[in-house]
Design a protein around this ligand. Structure first.
Ligand code: FEO
Length: 400
């Protein structure tokens, strides 16, 4: 391969890989692909910060080779052991035989569980500073943002933060810097990323970012492991504010309706509920789970205060795509305060109580349920409007 690195600062080059084709990132629909960012620090010693997903080794090697002979790399630093960043680390270690590989204590354990290495991994302590050939990296533990091993590295001389997954987004692109895109475009992709990857760890995010702000590190750039590099620090300040808002679960008067339908009965009920909530001033987003992906639903849940779920009964159960969406949202721990369940059935009618139970087990307050036998009658559609009214009142009470 003949690929070039991108110079980022006096000592740092981007040497990562672009994955234009990935559409399923462990269940998260990545409709715009992604990048696996890796970085090379070139000083009196050469250091590789993070690697790329397995399958992209040649791309990484080609970009490194455009700067230095890869065999000259002295050190590896692993800020995050998830295989999209470590999947080629043992291949690279076998090929290069670096003098040392640095990771957090949990990073060492995780990497050693996943891979075999020709050199022992050196664990670093929180706030430890190490000389990498005349330049210095300060390591900052960011445990559970979003894995136990996760850490930031701060290159003191260039005032650069390597932030691993934090502040990243899934976007395959030929551009490397944030100022080559509009802010709304990046903010939406970062929001989708937070919703689908980081939401369950929001308490940690608040603590980590508060502690990070206290450090008052001077920043020229922030280099995440996915998507563009932040070099507009005013924008990065806005991104930090967004992270704090998302972590604080700032919600709007917004309802997400999620439904599946067999013969349109549940769909008709959904439309009535949507209509009533809209009449009551709600922002409403509706998803048919037979068409929309679970991660598109999660992306909209980031600021929603109500979740309303509908399903037909199929063989005494929920529709499988509704079950999939509910399990995914439960894992993401959105803690949506207000919820309701609806659905249709022919003879047994288990879906609505099953939805209600799953919503309750996710921590939601289920304010109403409605079930329709075969098709929604005028009375049932009236009940759907009552359901929407109860959701609206509960949301108003929550905010007041
Ligand atoms: Fe991009 Fe948590 O891996």
């Amino acid at each position: 391969m003949d690929l070039k690195a991108v110079k980022v600062s006096e000592h740092v080059y981007w040497v990562g890989a672009v994955d234009w084709n990935v559409r399923n990132f462990h269940g998260y629909t990545t409709s715009q692909g992604t990048t696996y960012n890796a970085y090379l620090i070139v000083a009196d010693k050469i250091t590789l910060v993070d690697t790329v997903k397995h399958g992209f080794e040649e791309e990484l090697l080609a970009r490194v080779s455009s700067v230095v002979d890869p065999s000259k790399i002295d050190y590896f630093v692993s800020n995050h052991a998830e295989p999209d960043h470590s999947g080629s680390i043992s291949f690279m270690a076998e090929k290069i035989k670096p003098k040392k590989i640095f990771a957090s204590k949990m990073g060492k354990k995780t990497l050693e569980a996943y891979f075999d290495f020709p050199v022992e991994i050196t664990s670093v302590n929180n706030l430890e500073i190490i000389d990498f050939g005349g330049v210095h990296l300060k390591f900052i533990e960011t445990r559970m943002l979003h894995w136990p091993d996760s850490m930031f590295s701060y290159l003191e001389e260039d005032k650069i933060l390597f932030s691993q997954d934090a502040f990243g987004m899934h976007l395959a692109c030929a551009e490397r810097f944030d100022d080559q895109f509009t802010w709304p475009f990046l903010a939406k992709l970062a929001s989708d990323y937070y919703a689908n990857i980081i939401t369950p760890y929001s308490q940690n995010v608040q603590k980590i970012i508060s502690a990070f702000k206290e450090m008052k590190l001077e920043l020229n750039m922030v280099l995440p492991d996915h998507g563009p590099i932040w070099r507009d620090m005013e924008r990065f300040g806005k991104m930090i504010d967004l992270y704090m808002n998302w972590a604080d679960r700032k919600m709007k008067k917004k309802a997400v309706i999620v439904f599946a339908t067999m013969w349109h009965s549940t769909e008709i009920m959904s439309k009535t509920i949507e209509d009533e909530l809209s009449q009551r001033g709600f922002e409403v987003i509706t998803f048919n789970t037979e068409i929309a992906g679970r991660s598109d639903i999660a992306s909209e849940m980031i600021d929603a205060s109500a979740l309303i779920v509908g399903s037909p009964t199929l063989n005494n159960n929920l529709f499988p795509s509704i079950s999939d969406a509910l399990i995914y949202l439960k894992g993401l721990k959105f803690k949506t305060p207000v919820a309701a369940a609806f659905g249709s059935y022919g003879w047994s009618g288990e879906s609505v109580p099953q939805i209600a139970e799953m919503l309750k087990s996710s921590g939601c307050d289920v304010v109403e349920t409605v079930g329709a036998k075969y098709k929604p009658t005028v009375e049932i559609l009236h009940d759907c409007r009552v359901l929407a009214e109860k959701v609206a009142d509960a949301v108003d009470n929550y905010f007041n």
